[in-house]
Design a protein. Structure first.
Length: 85
């Protein structure tokens, strides 16, 4: 199991701030599953899949690409681009 934490637009599209799911082998496989599981949208009408295309991901606090393994991972953070500064 891996805990997923969604932030900003990803939270809006997923409809939850976090969830616990069975972890597939890779981050990419997880993202594909989440895209089909969550059918909500942001206020701007973006689906979770569209938001995920723009996101940065952390697996147990470390930057990760889609090919990253989830073996032994406990947390995935989904971080959309943030504006402001």
């Amino acid at each position: 199991m891996v805990e997923i934490h969604y932030f900003a637009a990803a939270r809006a599209a997923a409809g939850v701030s976090h969830e616990l799911v069975d972890a597939p082998a890779t981050l990419g496989e997880l993202l594909n599953e989440l895209t089909t599981t969550h059918t909500g949208t942001t206020e701007a009408g973006m689906s979770l899949g569209e938001v995920l295309e723009r996101c940065t991901f952390l697996v147990d606090g470390k930057n990760a690409e889609r090919a990253a393994t989830l073996e032994g991972a406990t947390r995935v953070d989904v971080l959309p681009p943030f504006a402001g500064g």
